[in-house]
Design a protein around this ligand. Structure first.
Ligand SMILES: Cc1ncc(COP(=O)(O)O)c(C=O)c1O
Length: 442
């Protein structure tokens, strides 16, 4: 099937069952090939066709004047970005490393938007010279851009990142539109609105405006409220200038992901509907609209599987010791209440266990007590040699290697089906060898 024929991500029970079944097939193939074994202890997997269907559902949900980019921070492996590029999306980058990766993967400068809050002179100069769009975080950065002004190419879309200060979502660390957030120009702070209008009036090359309300934990209503504020600001600026100088509104990413079940909720269509209801200007075609989704594209299309090394009892409670902990499930280990993930248990051949549920702890390999994947979680009885699957870990779980205890960054495989329905595993990232790890540790 060609990419363009891919249907948007299905949501019926039958389709969900299909996705669950494919995860089991991937796991069994990994065990069969030795990609998981008593020496290959942990690995990550991406269901490539499902990523493509997710992208198709994104494109379907919005009109053609929406230009979608993928936030590379969510999954920055070159193969992950290559899938995105082949589906026609652009790439949002937030560091020199992500920018380099995007260019190496073949994104052309006009398909890249650069959002780092701490942009250095060198990277700014490079962005200006190559025509890469970027969002200015603060007035000092504007001064820096002005000092490089001779290099500004008209094809760079440049604008300010705005913090509409509409409040926090459920996870403070993910909320970028609080009154004191480190990101963007704080719109409600005294004098900033006037100063922004003045900057746009003075510099006709400021043609875009950007906001990203926040990521996981922010309700759609909060995201919509923040974008509404920024669209109103864009219209006010254009009115003050007397023409439509701002022609691009970048509404960021942030669609939350459901970590409680296989269901895709909210969907891109849900979000598009809420935006259409409250901000019809986004759909009128008067502005080009950019998006920067990350987690909602990759999270549910990837999982980690880890071998169980030992099981024991402590204080009367069963504990399974595995090889996936803070080195890959970093947020889950450090903020377990905010980043709880679903776990499933499979036997040593990859058959899912469905026995009586027993409350158990599932631990990682790191040498600190909080290195836990779950505490007191009802799961089928786990035994040594079993595999534990960490669901919905396709975004932000491969880009957070944590080198405590000199543990390697895990290997990751892209999984596809061949003509006969068998699973094909491609190495997207080799697990680090001990030599690699020691070279990084120094
Ligand atoms: C500027 C910007 N855009 C997009 C994203 C992607 O957010 P998400 O992965 O929640 O879609 C982030 C995430 O931190 C971000 O900071």
């Amino acid at each position: 099937m060609s990419d363009s024929q891919l249907k948007a991500l299905p949501t019926s029970d039958e389709d969900i069952q299909g996705r669950i079944a494919f995860k089991g097939e991937i796991l069994r193939e990994a065990i069969r090939q030795g990609a998981l074994s008593d020496t290959q202890l942990v690995a990550g997997f991406i269901d490539v066709a499902s990523v493509r269907r997710t992208i198709a559902s994104l494109i379907d949900a919005f009109p053609a004047h929406f230009e979608h980019t993928f936030a590379a921070k969510a999954n920055a492996m070159s193969q992950s970005l290559a899938v995105i590029r082949k589906q026609g999306l652009g790439c949002e980058v937030a560091s020199a490393g992500e920018l380099r990766q995007a260019l190496d993967v073949g994104f052309t400068p006009e398909k890249i938007v650069y959002d780092e809050p701490a942009k250095t002179i060198d990277v700014l100069k490079f962005a200006l010279q190559s025509g890469i769009s970027f969002n200015i975080d603060n007035f000092q950065e504007l001064d820096r851009v002005l000092s490089l002004a001779n290099n500004i190419k008209p094809k760079s879309r440049i604008g300010f990142r705005i913090n509409p200060q509409v409040g926090s979502g459920r996870i403070g660390a993910m909320s970028t539109a609080t009154s004191t957030s480190k990101f963007g120009v704080a719109l409600k702070d005294a004098g900033n609105r006037e100063k922004l209008i003045n900057c746009y009036q003075t510099h006709s090359w400021l043609t875009s405006i950007h906001t990203h309300i926040g990521s996981q934990g922010c309700a759609i209503e909060l995201m919509v409220a923040g974008i509404r504020v920024v669209v109103d600001l864009a219209k006010e600026i254009n009115q003050a200038i007397g023409r439509q100088q701002i022609s691009v509104i970048d509404i960021g990413g942030g669609l939350p992901v459901n970590f409680d079940s296989e269901e895709i909720a909210p969907t891109f269509s849900d979000y598009a509907g809420a935006l259409r209801d409250s901000i019809p200007e986004l759909f009128s075609g008067e502005f080009t609209i950019k998006t920067e989704f990350g987690r909602s594209i990759y999270a549910k299309n990837g999982f980690i599987a880890t071998r169980v090394e030992y099981t024991k009892q402590s204080g009367g409670r069963p504990i399974a010791i595995t090889h996936a902990g803070a080195q890959t499930a970093t947020r889950t280990a450090f903020m377990p209440d905010l980043w709880a993930i679903r776990l499933s248990v499979f036997d040593s051949l990859g058959v899912e266990k469905r026995g009586t549920l027993v409350e158990q702890d599932v631990a990682g390999p790191c040498c600190f007590a909080g290195d836990m994947l779950a505490v007191n979680r009802p799961l089928p009885r786990i035994e040594p040699g079993d595999y534990v699957m960490l669901h919905d870990t396709g975004a932000y779980y491969f880009s957070n290697p944590f080198f405590y205890n000199n543990l390697p960054a895990i290997g990751v495989f892209g999984a596809t089906s061949n003509d006969t329905g068998g699973v094909v595993l491609d190495v997207w990232r080799k697990q680090q060898s001990l030599e690699d790890v020691l070279a990084v540790i120094g």
